[in-house]
Design a protein around this ligand. Structure first.
Ligand code: SAH
Length: 213
């Protein structure tokens, strides 16, 4: 069953109230039922503007933060996008409506399998999932027009900077995992990298190696 008109209105109202203005991003978010990505006891809260626990001890991000990150990424229909941190798959599903192709990586096999099943059910055939340590990016598929990292590192990982196309944009949270982090936007130019701080956020840490599940 799909989300009701009331649930959809509730979520979109919260997004607009948090200052999300980009029409394309709002339209993409309207197409993705967040309820499909939240299981178990928290399912009833899927349409609230709040992060929620998912399996493997991870979290599905707060919708208004997903919106702000997607807006900052300035995704166009020809873009090849890399997402690090598939988690529930919610962010990747939104990106799939905006981009040409989305590559998404998580270190937990179980999360990747569950997200893949949802993408299949929704017919989102332009999302390609990978299990692995996303700090190294996907060298075989680089360069990327856009890179979105949804777990916090202390600094932007070197391999990800290297896999960003000139003219490309990367959005990621940086800072200590147990503290408030900065969401930053990195633009790669002919000359190098330009950094801009966007807002304070709190994400789970970008960890090394594969998860155990
Ligand atoms: N984008 C997700 C939220 C992700 S939570 C969503 O829409 O639901 C952060 C995710 O990053 C977690 O699933 C965690 O397993 C993953 N992660 C952490 N470190 C990672 C790494 N080095 N490589 C790949 N994924 C990583």
């Amino acid at each position: 069953m799909n989300w009701s008109a009331e649930e959809k209105m509730r979520l979109l109202f919260a997004l607009r109230q948090q200052g999300l203005t980009d029409k394309a991003v709002l339209t993409a978010m309207e197409k993705v039922d967040r309820g499909l990505f939240v299981q178990g006891v928290f399912a009833g809260r899927a349409y609230e503007d709040t992060p929620l626990p998912i399996i493997c001890g991870q979290t599905i991000s707060q919708p208004s933060i997903v919106g702000a990150m997607t807006q900052a990424l300035e995704v166009g229909p020809r873009d090849k996008v890399l997402e690090i941190g598939t988690g529930s798959g919610y962010q990747a599903a939104i990106l799939s409506h905006l981009a040409r192709r989305v590559y998404t990586v998580d270190r937990f096999r179980r999360l990747v399998a569950d997200a893949q099943a949802i993408f299949d059910a929704l017919g989102l055939s332009n999302v390609i999932t990978f299990t692995g340590d996303g700090s190294f990016g996907l060298p075989d598929h680089a360069p990327f027009d856009r890179i979105l990292v949804t777990a916090a590192a202390e600094d932007p990982p070197g391999p990800l900077l290297a896999q960003l196309r000139i003219g490309g944009i990367m959005v990621l949270p940086v800072g200590q995992s147990d503290a408030v982090q900065n969401l930053i936007k990195v633009r790669r130019t002919e000359q190098g990298f330009e950094y801009e701080e966007l807002l304070k956020v709190r994400f789970v840490p970008l960890l090394e190696g594969l998860g155990r599940e």
